[in-house]
Design a binder for this molecule. Structure first.
Ligand code: OSB
Ligand code: MG
Length: 376
């Protein structure tokens, strides 16, 4: 039984060690929305919202998520008793959109349930792997030589796959330089974050020459049909990220042939229950999935790693260790990587890391507890 008696929202600010540039903008500092749920026994569970500061990756932002949780999501879970955390997704089904806001609460509910039951989050989700293969996502750099240097360093650090962010005018020459620098044996992929249109089809076909594992999200999220047409005219497998906002979109992708690989970010699709459903649809259709990242703090990372321990996560995830992003993460122990692998903390109840609550308090820009008036 999962009875949620209290929900605390906190917004913290975490400065990235290095700015991260994608086709639609640059992120220097992460505004992170954290959700803490508490049950009647005083057990707490944590979640992290993956929404960014501006609506450049998805329509949601930190501010819209705060509003959605405060106004519509919190009232739907507070005081409710769920038999199992998988019921939370359905309970929030009356809300359209706001997948990231819903996910933050839904995932915190799973974390709370795993702590209350004394099992690891990975185990509660059905994870089977002890270690997960890790890839890196490299932001757009000043020039191809700089990107090539970073790619070589990542390969030498042990990363199992190197992903390059691309944009029109910052694509072929960059990929060519990286491929030449790392050689043919390093798995490479590219991520356009929806920066192209069907008019770029001939141009994108040139990527076929570089033996990429995948081309992630070339077109607008809503363009499932256009992605299907593109997939028929290029060899590089298309992977969808932004397009897959819920399990139904994964099913649509399969029917239409809009891509051959899915990037599952539980925080993008409404949470773990939806992520498990997508994982299932994909497995039934021989579609490999992998776990993407959103520059999460150690909390979101914990959730992603737990999910990535499931069997159909066949490709390395964007699960870089804490030190890649932050001078100091908000969890202990911090996330580490060894030989390109991250260990799943399956021996510990819950997500497997502790929140450094004093550090979180020192980074907090605003916080609010529901039911209103009570303090965390
Ligand atoms: O498209 O996967 C993406 C970061 C912010 C927004 C979108 C994306 C990303 C990443 C970062 O690729 C992956 C990571 O967390 O390391
Ligand atoms: Mg992506």
């Amino acid at each position: 039984m999962l009875e949620i008696t209290r929900l605390t929202l906190r917004e913290i600010e975490l400065e990235l060690k290095e700015p991260f540039r994608i086709s639609s903008g640059v992120c220097r500092e992460r505004r992170v929305l954290l959700v803490e749920l508490e049950n009647a026994d005083g057990v707490t569970g944590w979640g992290e919202c993956v929404a960014g500061e501006r609506p450049n990756y998805s329509p949601e932002t930190v501010d819209t998520a705060w509003l959605a949780i405060q106004r519509w999501i919190a009232p739907l879970v507070l005081g409710r008793a769920f038999e199992h955390p998988s019921e939370v997704y359905g309970a929030l089904g009356a809300i359209r959109g706001h997948h990231m806001a819903r996910a933050a609460v839904e995932m915190a509910a799973w974390e709370l349930a795993s702590r209350a039951q004394g099992v690891s989050l990975a185990e509660l989700l059905g994870g089977t792997r002890e270690r997960v293969e890790t890839g890196i996502s490299l932001g757009i750099q000043e020039d191809p030589a700089q990107l090539a240097q970073k790619a070589v360093a990542a390969r030498d650090e042990g990363y199992r796959r190197v992903k390059l962010k691309i944009a029109p005018g910052m694509d072929l020459a960059y990929v060519e330089a990286v491929r030449a620098a790392v050689g043919d044996d390093t798995p490479l992929s590219v991520d356009a974050n929806a920066a192209y249109t069907p008019a770029d089809t001939e141009h994108l076909r040139k990527l076929d020459a570089f033996g990429l594992v995948m081309l992630e999200q070339p077109f607008d999220p809503g363009d499932l049909v256009r992605h299907a047409v593109l997939q028929r005219s290029i060899q590089t497998p298309i992977c969808l990220d932004e397009s897959i906002t819920e399990p139904e979109r994964a099913a649509d992708m399969v029917v239409l042939g809009s891509g051959r690989i899915i990037n599952i970010k539980p925080g993008r699709v409404g949470g773990f229950t939806a992520a498990l459903a997508i994982h299932q649809v994909a497995a039934e259709h021989d579609i490999p999935v992998w776990c993407g990242g959103m520059l999460e703090s150690g909390v979101g990372r914990a959730h992603n790693i737990a999910l990535a321990s499931l069997p159909n996560f066949q490709l390395p995830g964007d699960l870089s260790p804490s030190r890649r992003y932050w001078e100091r993460d908000i969890v202990s122990p911090e996330w580490t990587m060894e030989d390109g692998l991250v260990s799943v903390p399956s021996e510990r109840p819950g997500m497997g890391v502790d929140i450094d609550i004093d550090y979180v308090a020192s980074l907090t820009a605003r916080s609010e507890t529901f039911p209103a008036g009570e303090r965390a």
